[in-house]
Design a protein around this ligand. Structure first.
Ligand SMILES: C[S@@+](CC[C@H](N)C(=O)[O-])C[C@H]1O[C@@H](n2cnc3c(N)ncnc32)[C@H](O)[C@@H]1O
Length: 333
């Protein structure tokens, strides 16, 4: 069997596989196939055995005569329905990250944090068996959930993946030789705290991409990149994906969409000793603070101190410890 799960993506449905069922109203249900088991709704039930051995893309009818379409989940489906500790990077952003950070087969990639492992799986797919993804996560419970999610998807531990529990700033220098990393992907609250270690790990010309949830984080990391003086001028963007309703003559954008997920910002590591070409425009005065009557400089913008940057302050939903314990138990058994 392929260590990266290619065999699991082909052929008839097998015992232990996750299958996505869509009912006539377009509602989705994900089940894990087990011999003798039934999938119940308030309108009848169906036998898992009717699906085991059936080809991908089959339909199955339940005891009340309702038909379901059964499909093997794609990676994008899987990450949206898998158990979560932390919030996941949505597929639209994972696609941007893989392409814009130029994650290539065989690349050596550093990633932090791992969260639920959604982005890790896209990175692993892009680097393939010959690449390496060194992922760092400071919460052991989240690392456990991510490992279990990836194992369930790839069928076993992906050969290119190592997950280290620890803070990237301390752990990265212990695990990676300076100048040996091709790409770094940061999805965390305070990526500016990691710029120095990441700069040492990256090879000249290597790409750093950060995913941040708020404009305040975006501004802070952009200025930190500029201040460090060893990076190219950063570029930032967001992507908006608007689904379309396709029914008869009613072909139009859907009424609902995800209005915001996060911002992306990229920069590249300059060669050692090289300073970036002079920028024509400097950041506004507000960023650098204002001078008081006694000559001292006061930071006036919010977020100047490390303590201010909390998940709650940027509006991130923080799962309770009880919830994380439940998810961890459910995925690790
Ligand atoms: C939003 S989650 C990442 C989600 C992940 N990219 C995914 O797609 O599932 C952010 C994670 O970064 C971790 N984190 C924050 N700062 C970190 C650091 N300095 N080193 C390691 N992990 C960190 C947090 O514990 C959290 O799990």
């Amino acid at each position: 069997m392929s260590a990266t799960g290619a065999d699991l993506r082909r052929g008839p449905f097998a015992e232990g596989e996750r299958v996505q069922l869509t009912d006539a109203k377009g509602r989705l249900h994900t089940i894990t196939l087990a011999p003798g088991k039934q999938f119940h709704t308030h309108r009848g039930y169906l036998q898992h055995d009717d699906l085991i051995g059936a080809p991908d893309g089959s339909t199955v009818t339940n005891t009340a005569g309702f038909e379901y379409l059964a499909l093997r989940p794609l990676l994008a489906d899987y990450v949206m329905s898998m158990p979560r500790g932390a919030a996941v990077v949505y597929p639209k952003d994972a696609g941007q990250i893989v392409t814009m950070a130029d994650i290539f087969p065989g690349a050596v990639v550093v990633e932090a944090g791992v969260g639920s492992g959604a982005l890790s799986m896209s990175l692993l797919r892009a680097v393939g068996e010959t690449g390496r993804v060194h992922s760092f996560e400071r919460r052991e419970d989240f690392a456990d959930i991510a490992r279990a999610n990836a194992r369930a998807y790839f069928g076993e531990d992906h050969p290119a993946w190592t997950v280290t529990v620890g803070d990237l700033v301390e752990a990265l220098p212990e695990h990676v030789e300076p100048g040996t990393v091709d790409r770094v992907v940061l999805d965390m609250l305070a990526p500016w705290d990691c710029l120095e270690v990441v700069g040492r790990a990256l090879a000249p010309g290597g790409v750093l991409i950060c995913y941040v949830a708020t404009a305040t984080q975006l501004s802070k990391v952009a200025e930190a990149m500029r201040d460090a003086g060893e990076w190219t001028e950063p570029s930032a963007w967001e992507s908006l994906v608007r689904g379309w309703h396709l029914e008869g003559l009613a072909v139009r954008p859907q009424h609902r969409m995800h209005g915001h997920t996060g911002f992306l910002i990229t920069t590249r590591r300059l060669a050692p000793g090289v300073t970036p070409p002079l920028r024509k425009r400097r950041p506004g005065k507000g960023y650098e603070g204002s001078e008081d009557a006694d000559g001292t400089t006061t930071e006036t913008i919010p977020g100047a101190t490390a303590e201010e940057w909390t998940p709650e302050a940027i509006g991130e939903r923080v799962p309770s410890d009880k919830r994380v314990r439940k998810v961890r138990r459910s995925v690790t058994g």
